[in-house]
Ligand binder design. Structure first.
Ligand code: OSB
Ligand code: MG
Length: 389
């Protein structure tokens, strides 16, 4: 296929409740919805970058500029024979993984639709794993009472594990309270989003007592060595999120014993092809992975479910149902939680869901269409015009 046009819709969906982490509070889910057009077919994906570079270096603005100036020019006017070509051709671009992933994922969706098969099949997923066990990620709450209330409500809904955000000073107490309220058997874990250093060793050791499944990304986002030093000292298994940006990062982290588990986010590693390589590197070394999330709309959520069919996704992920985030998702029907705490992988071609036109129009604040003509990407959007993200 040759890309004929790329549509960008910037959408902003209000979150039902603010999501607080060690790096800030999100009240709205904003994303670039990317549509790749060719041969009368469309492929869909969304960017997982945020307004500010807090989780990673990327932002809505950087994704926009990387797509326009680096990513699309490397793909335009070339015959893409298979989705893996995109990953290979984008390798020279440093960083900007969320930008690369947004288009790469849309192209995977396009190919799967063209071939009339669900994306999981194209990715090589396991046909026996089409109901994905999921957990929920709980933001920092205004009080301990509220935290327990929220956690109990999700547990009653049937989620398979609970993850709570922690930061220095909001860690041992909430975990202790939760463990006491939920009992010893509820699978519970903590995500620090890089908020600690080795100076916090005692605090992190104090969590050992509460039987956590794992602690996610306790130390710096660019670190592997200190995580290894920490992992030697604590009993709680270490899981890496921010630190793993490629299969090479994964290999090094596992070789060094910096982590025992990896959270895979397609956007963070630059696309499905790389996500699969991270999965394989972990599988070979006997380390389980699970699928992380970035509060995606139904489009990104569908991609996550298809990826989660690969066999080494052995732990419940963060792909919760639509109603955990939004009153109204971009897809109709939204994703709902099955009684057994799973989400069902959509069975249609591609990711099996499409953005609902009316809803996109309702939440959209900006729209552009780039047509690939001649030997370049012709942009109807003039340079220099102020852009609202
Ligand atoms: O660290 O996993 C994280 C959300 C935004 C940014 C980073 C993270 C998260 C989550 C939420 O934990 C996962 C989800 O429900 O999508
Ligand atoms: Mg995380």
């Amino acid at each position: 296929m040759r890309i004929e046009a790329v549509k960008l819709d910037f959408v902003q969906l209000p979150l039902k409740t603010p999501f607080e982490t060690s790096f800030g509070i999100e009240r709205v889910k904003a994303t670039w919805l990317v549509t790749v057009m060719a041969e009368g077919l469309a492929g869909y994906a969304e960017s997982v970058a945020d307004q500010e570079p807090l989780y990673s270096e990327e932002t809505h603005a950087s994704v926009y500029f990387a797509l326009k100036n680096s990513v699309l020019p490397r793909l335009a006017n070339r015959e893409i024979r298979q989705p893996e070509d995109v990953d290979a051709w984008l390798q020279p671009i440093r960083g900007n993984r969320m930008a690369k992933a947004a288009i790469e994922m849309a192209i995977w969706d396009w190919f799967a639709r063209r071939d009339g098969m669900p994306l999981w099949r194209l990715l090589g997923g396991d046909p026996e794993r089409l109901r994905i066990p999921v957990g929920v990620s709980i933001g920092i709450q205004p009080s301990l009472e509220r935290l327990v209330e929220v956690a109990e409500a999700y547990w009653r809904q049937g989620y398979r594990r609970l993850k709570v955000k922690i930061k220095p000073g909001v860690d041992v107490k909430p975990i202790q309270q939760l463990r006491r309220a939920l009992g010893p058997d509820v699978p519970l874990m903590a995500d620090a989003n890089s908020a600690y250093t080795l100076n916090d060793m005692e605090r992190l050791k104090a969590l050992d007592e509460w039987n956590l499944m794992m602690i996610e990304q306790p130390l710096a986002d660019d670190d592997i060595v200190d995580h290894h030093l920490l992992a030697r000292e604590i009993k709680t298994p270490v899981c890496l999120d921010e630190s793993i940006r490629s299969s090479e990062d994964a290999r090094k982290a596992l070789e060094l014993g910096a982590c025992a588990i990896i959270n895979i986010k397609v956007g963070r590693v630059g696309g499905h092809a790389m996500a699969r390589r991270v999965h394989d590197v972990a599988q070979i070394r006997g380390a389980p992975v699970w699928c992380g999330g970035m509060l995606e709309t139904g489009i990104g959520r569908a991609h996550n479910l298809h990826l989660s069919t690969l066999p080494n996704f052995r732990l419940p992920g963060d792909t919760s149902a639509s109603d955990r985030y939004f009153d109204e998702d971009l897809i109709d029907p939204p994703f709902s939680l099955n009684d057994d705490g799973t989400l069902t992988v959509p069975s249609g071609a591609g990711i099996g869901v499409v953005p609902d036109g009316k809803r996109v129009a309702r939440y959209r604040t900006h729209h552009e269409e780039w047509r690939v003509t001649g030997d370049w990407v012709r942009q109807p959007f003039p340079h220099g015009k102020p852009t609202t993200f």
